[in-house]
Ligand binder design. Structure first.
Ligand code: PAF
Length: 288
């Protein structure tokens, strides 16, 4: 196992990319905020399998956190992250600091409609996706990769980024990587470290409810009834529910006949906000 090369500036990133491009090598990017877990490593391995070179970016992006969120306490574990990525066969880690990404006088941001205004995360984090879209667009322009992989765990984020890439004609493919789960179904997340032992035991309820609601809908129960009973179970389990919704899997708008759906949930358990989602079909009929 060799440690990935660490690049801290856009100039160093571009010099390394130029060498790889001269050798006609393809490049995949995996944008992250660090505190890496097996889910991130699986994205890096998928990237490595689809391109000659793989870069993972690690940057805790201040502009996607609002004032009451956990930017200051977001878990940071750079040395351990690099070690994991070495095992995952990653070639380079791009780890800029805030001054590199947002130099003095920085005043540009991407403003969004479409999936970013679907009334899911944006109802609770109104400035979040503008921060995500701005930093991801910068990372894509800095790296100009052939593909960039994002986890399906942040499903609305994936939809927003795909829309930005289409709208701005960025020449990059955006595959999604499946959500990795703990043995009891809890979706892997860097924020799971915030859960107390009791909360950790309760947390898999979210995934159980998603599965139960999906199987009810696929079995012919009306979606609004299945969702209402799912909401009751989540709230009864000690969560403060932000949303449990059924949406079109592509646009995140209302489900459409003959098109795949997605069930999405966000809920707080103590001080930890958890999100998750799964695919759902209408069970052969129309959505009801
Ligand atoms: O999903 C994340 O870790 C972040 O939102 C991303 C895409 C790296 C942008 O900061």
């Amino acid at each position: 196992m060799s440690q990935p090369l660490v690049l801290n500036t856009v100039a160093d990133l571009r010099s390394r990319l130029a060498l790889w491009r001269q050798a006609r090598q393809t490049v995949a990017l995996v944008p992250t905020m660090g505190a890496l877990h097996a889910g991130h490593v699986s994205l890096a391995k998928a990237a490595r399998g689809r391109a000659d070179r793989c870069i993972v970016s690690i940057f805790v992006n201040p502009t996607q956190f609002s004032a009451n969120e956990d930017f200051g306490s977001y878990p940071r574990s750079f040395a351990a992250d690099c070690e994991r990525l070495g095992i995952g066969g990653v070639d380079a880690v791009f780890a800029p600091d805030a001054a590199q990404m947002y130099p003095a006088g920085f005043c540009t941001a991407i403003s969004l409609e479409g999936p970013a205004k679907a009334g899911l995360e944006d109802r609770f984090r109104p400035t979040h996706f503008s921060g995500v879209a701005t930093v991801v667009t910068k990372l894509l322009i800095q790296t100009m990769p052939d593909l960039a992989i994002f986890g399906e765990k942040d499903f609305q984020q994936l939809a927003v980024i795909r829309r930005v890439v289409r709208d701005l004609d960025l020449p990059v493919e955006i595959p999604g990587g499946p959500t990795l789960r703990e043995a009891d179904g809890l979706a892997m997340s860097s924020r799971n470290v915030y859960l107390s032992a009791d909360e950790r035991r309760t947390a898999p309820l979210l995934h159980r409810v998603l599965n139960e609601v999906a199987s009810q809908i696929q079995g012919g129960t009306r979606a609004d009834e299945a969702l209402a009973s799912g909401r009751t179970v989540i709230e009864g389990g000690g969560f403060v529910l932000d949303y449990l919704e059924l949406r079109d899997a592509d646009t995140l708008g209302t489900v459409q006949a003959g098109r795949p759906g997605r069930l999405l949930v966000a809920a707080k358990l103590g001080r930890t906000r958890l999100i998750d989602n799964i695919a759902v079909s209408s069970g052969g009929g129309d959505w009801t």
